[in-house]
Design a binder for this molecule. Structure first.
Ligand code: SAM
Length: 265
């Protein structure tokens, strides 16, 4: 693997997230930022765990109920158990996954994401969500996927970093354009609806640390799916999306992400 350029003196969202989930792939600047952010946003770690559990539930649903076998996961994050390919390959071992992230630390751990079942395939692409053309013209995308069959695009806990709505719409449209009908779009992103004071303070703390972030209300998250057909239950707080028992036990005020899955007709 090529040496990666890593500025460990500046906080990065992937490593803040890793620290809050109890991981070890983070540095002092990330831990300081996490301490600063969680002062005003004390339930952030609970919300992130609820999001991670949503990621697994929606991926399992897409594989088991919709029969999709190809997954493009942008903003994959550091390896955390279970990873998306483990979830979908436990349903269908032949599933193929392309992980995309632009954090060098995630790149340096990509090997842990590339442990495919023998029947399936995983690939890793170091690319920026904000350059969708680079993603859909990459060898990883073109060689891993059969574009005559549906693909699930996962944008899980990443669109809060794209603060401009027009840019967010364009990114989604560009990424969904080459995917055939029957493909799906799965999103989760930050909201302040369930805890306005706490989340707004937390988002301001991210911005103060140099990480642009936006909290969207339900209507704004629904609009991210414009042009696609939302699958039941639509856009809801992530712990309310086809919940398991643990998710059902969480109070709304502790969960600050909306999630939804939609189909391209
Ligand atoms: C909060 S984490 C979410 C990780 C995972 N999707 C999950 O939900 O558990 C956000 C991830 O998006 C990545 N990310 C942020 N902005 C990005 C961009 N413009 N292009 C690619 N990845 C990005 C970060 O490096 C980080 O790994």
């Amino acid at each position: 693997m090529n040496p990666v350029e890593l500025n460990t003196g500046v906080a990065h969202s992937a490593r803040i997230y890793d620290h809050l989930l109890g991981g070890k792939d983070n540095f002092a600047a990330d831990r300081d930022a996490a301490t600063h952010i969680t002062k005003g946003w004390p339930h952030l770690a609970i919300s992130m765990r609820a999001n991670r559990s949503y990621m697994a539930r929606q991926a399992r649903f897409i594989a088991a109920e919709l029969g999709i076998r190809q997954f493009l996961d942008i903003g994959a994050g550091l390896p955390t158990s279970p990873n998306l390919h483990e979830v979908v390959q436990s349903v269908a071992p032949e599933s193929r996954v392309v992980y995309v992230d632009n954090d060098p630390i995630v790149l340096s751990h990509a090997r842990a994401l590339l442990t495919s079942s023998p029947q399936g395939q995983t690939a890793y692409l170091d690319a920026n969500l904000r350059d969708p053309q680079a993603i859909i013209s990459s060898a990883q995308f073109l060689e891993t996927f059969d574009l005559s069959r549906p693909v699930a695009l996962s944008l899980i806990a990443i669109l809060q970093f794209v603060v401009d709505e027009a840019e967010a719409y364009e990114i989604i449209d560009r990424l969904m354009a080459p995917l055939p009908s029957g493909s799906v779009l799965a999103i989760s992103t930050v909201t302040a609806d369930s805890a306005p004071e706490e989340v707004n303070a937390g988002v301001a703390a991210y911005v103060a640390k140099g990480i642009d972030e936006i909290a969207r209300d339900r209507a704004a998250v629904r609009k991210l799916f414009r042009g696609f057909e939302l699958i039941d239950p639509g856009v809801v707080l992530v712990h309310r999306w086809r919940p398991d028992e643990a998710a059902r036990a969480l109070p709304d005020e502790h969960v600050h992400m909306y999630g939804g899955v939609a189909r391209k007709l």
